[in-house]
Design a protein around this ligand. Sequence first.
Ligand code: PHE
Length: 458
Amino acid sequence: MKKNREHWASSFGFIMAAAGSAIGLGTLWQFPYMTSVNGGGLFVLLFLLFTVLIGIPIFIAELLLGRKAQRGAVGIFENLENNSSQWKGVGWLSVLSALLILSYYCVVAGWGLNYVLLSFNQFYVGKTPEEISNVFQILFKSPGITILWQISFLILTGGVVYKGVRDGIEHWSKILTSSLLVILLILLGYSLTLDGFSKAVHYIFYPDLTKLKPSGVLEALGLAFFTLSLGQGVMLTYGSYMGKNENIPKTTCIVASMNIVVSVLAALMIFPIIFTFGSEPVAGFGLVFETLPVLFARLPGALILSTSFFVLLVFTALTSSVALLEVIVANFVDLFSWKRKKAVIVACLAIFIIGIPSALTGSNIIFPNWEIMYGKTFFQTVVDIVSQWILPFIGLFVSIFAGWKVNKKLIQEEFIMGTSWKKLFGIWYFFTKWLAPLAIIAIIMQRAGFIDLDKLFK
Ligand code: PHE
């Protein structure tokens, strides 16, 4: 006999878990940075528009499919499409993408853990700005220390997932997501007092049309997709733990709004710190681990400021990594009838092993010729393969599956169950069936070089 599937204890718990997954390193770093390079206000508006028009429909589709099938990502396609092996392949692809994302996510989050300890030890005292930012280069090139923190973060993630959906993921997401919101608000309050605040507001919200290239439009769409954790099996899996009385469209709107608000607040927190010292925003992790520590050291309350900031970083990463690990574990449990403990251990071992080359990117011990051959580091290669290719394809397949493959009656029944927003079905269905796939195909064509929007709209 099949065991009863665990379900979320409350809607609030689910919202915190889903929002925790959405609010991650991408929300904190990519959003502020991409907003600034793409000319501010208009990009924010586009991000908002795409979240509403494409993100929310696919988010709802993933939850509906998960709740209907009550299985992990592979089982969903198996159940709803008569065991078709092509569609099952999409489920496996999401397991693969979760594995690949976690392989580097744990390395970065591990660096974050390391910076919590460093900040607490006031590592910046008595150091010049160069020496402070150089600490990251030393860390980057230290295989042992990087692996130590990578494993520590993986153990934290595994520990939460091992405890199960309610006692592990839901319980910890409630604590971590609410704490991260509080820390963010406190840090934001601090940024408000800095001289650079008004410049930051201008920089983020004032639309500078000359900086927004047509291809930036697709970037806004890709970002909306990534920060909502779509196309990775996360919402498929989280949906499978939902009860029939949950209001899927409404909870989706709450989570999406939280994601938008937090993205904007994160930008409003980070930029004033940068502008107060006349620095310029830099891309990627240099900003987090090299620029910001130098600036924290020059501000009053550096110990608390820097430590809370990195705690915030670790919390956001943890609620996202937990969601990804659950995608893998749920499939192992459903398909191979493994115990949760075994599934967590096997998955964590696999993530660790696949993550080793990423952890050793800086020390160049494994694959020393990788960068020469492929033009980018091993780490960056994995990041690009997943975020530029695998995710959009899974998103495309999910929208095709929900809009074209699954019986319309079936999905309509699932949509109206538990919600009073029944009338929205028609609009949602239209967006999922037509708009979402076409928009994702446009992203894929641009990335593959079949179209070049910048040339097209010159
Ligand atoms: N949405 C997360 C972010 O914004 C990233 C993420 C991807 C989380 C995939 C879970 C799954 O950083």
